[in-house]
Design a protein around this ligand. Structure first.
Ligand SMILES: NC(=O)c1ccc[n+]([C@@H]2O[C@H](COP(=O)([O-])OP(=O)(O)OC[C@H]3O[C@@H](n4cnc5c(N)ncnc54)[C@H](OP(=O)(O)O)[C@@H]3O)[C@@H](O)[C@H]2O)c1
Length: 333
């Protein structure tokens, strides 16, 4: 039996290219006692992966060593077990990496219930859902009636942030990169308004939406949209710092925000990383499940077929061509 996996071959500079990765086709050894074999069905492509392949050692996870399987979240099915706690047919989710098969000890991946479609664990019941809920509710502490702005609004985290905001009684404006995405936010997801950061005057749009300023802002991208939000905060406003995708490829931000606003407007900025909060996932997914059942959340996946396409597909996050949560389908369920 053969296994295909993709390893990190070199440290990229700028946008990822094919030669940054190498595909290895290798025979799979027999499963050893104490482990279970997992066939990967989906792997998740996340902006943070661009940081994991950089040499930086001052982040929340160490860099992926050259020659090792590319780190990623994913979900799969147990095909053979020689250990307690994992049975054939179990769905298991966690850090699978870019591989068709992996052998794991109990506890390395989480067994997840099979009462929702498997894809849901890549989206609303995955990192995106957890990040959106934890960031908005626990970090942002929103209050009914407040105004919320979210950047990267049509993305996997941002689209959920806005919808959770609506479910909690906020007025929500989203900032995204195309007219089609802005239309989707307002017409399909129920955002109150949306701005296109490539064509709209963001200051004019934010002032029209929130003449007294934004109470709460959820930052996913950095650069020009972040600078505009910062300029349009209400005094004592809160900013949830979730991500800065505009700089992950090593590009410099296109506009340096006026940080004096933090003092002038007495703002609170709080950063967070979801890997610090795994223990809160059950509580979060219960709350998201209730919103989903109440029809308050919509979600879409952008599914790329074939593990070999993962390196190229990752760039979709950086040119904005992903339509929803970006995943790679590695095998059929
Ligand atoms: N703190 C955490 O624990 C945590 C966890 C997960 C994700 N995140 C962060 O959340 C953010 C969104 O992640 P996601 O997984 O939901 O990705 P996503 O939003 O589904 O996809 C990325 C989107 O970012 C936008 N974008 C790319 N380059 C941009 C630029 N230069 N300026 C403005 N927008 C740009 C694109 O949309 P447009 O077409 O609108 O430009 C693209 O579709 C990322 O910064 C990520 O690192 C943080």
């Amino acid at each position: 039996m053969q296994n295909k996996r993709i390893v990190l071959a070199s440290r990229p500079s700028g946008r990822l290219v094919d030669t940054d990765f190498e595909t290895r086709n290798e025979p799979l050894p027999s499963l050893v006692e104490g482990k279970a074999r997992v066939r990967v069905v989906y792997v998740s492509l996340d902006p943070a992966m661009r940081g994991w392949v950089s040499p930086a050692t001052n982040s929340y996870l160490p860099p992926i060593p050259l020659g090792e399987t590319m780190r990623s979240l994913g979900i799969g099915i147990v095909t053979e077990s020689r250990c307690e706690g994992l049975s054939e047919g179990d769905w298991v989710s966690g850090f699978t990496g870019w591989t068709e098969y992996l052998d794991v000890e109990p506890g390395a991946l989480n067994v997840v219930p099979q009462n929702v479609p498997m894809e849901a664990y890549m989206g609303v019941f995955g990192l995106a859902g957890a990040t959106a809920y934890h960031g908005l509710v626990k970090v942002g502490e929103p209050k009914r009636g407040e105004t919320l702005c979210v950047t990267g609004a049509a993305g996997s985290v941002g689209s959920l942030v806005g919808q959770i905001g609506k479910a909690l009684g906020l007025r929500v404006i989203g900032i995204a990169g195309t007219k089609a995405k802005c239309d989707w936010l307002v017409n399909e997801l129920g955002f109150d308004a949306a701005l296109n950061y490539k064509t709209d005057d963001l200051d004019a749009g934010l002032q029209a939406f929130a003449p007294e300023g934004l109470d709460l802002h959820f930052e996913n991208v950095g650069g020009k949209p972040f600078a505009a939000a910062l300029r349009n905060m209400k005094a004592f406003g809160r900013i949830v710092m979730c991500g800065f995708i505009s700089v992950y490829n090593g590009d410099s931000p296109d506009e340096m925000p006026d940080m004096t606003a933090i003092v002038r407007r007495r703002l609170t900025l709080k950063g967070f990383v979801m890997t610090d909060h795994f223990e809160t996932y059950p509580e979060i997914f219960k709350a998201l499940g209730e919103m989903l059942q109440a029809g308050q959340l919509k979600y879409r996946l952008d599914i790329v077929e074939g593990l070999e396409n993962a390196p190229t597909a990752l760039n979709k996050l950086f040119d904005g061509s992903n339509q929803g949560k970006l995943v790679v389908k590695v095998s059929d369920l």
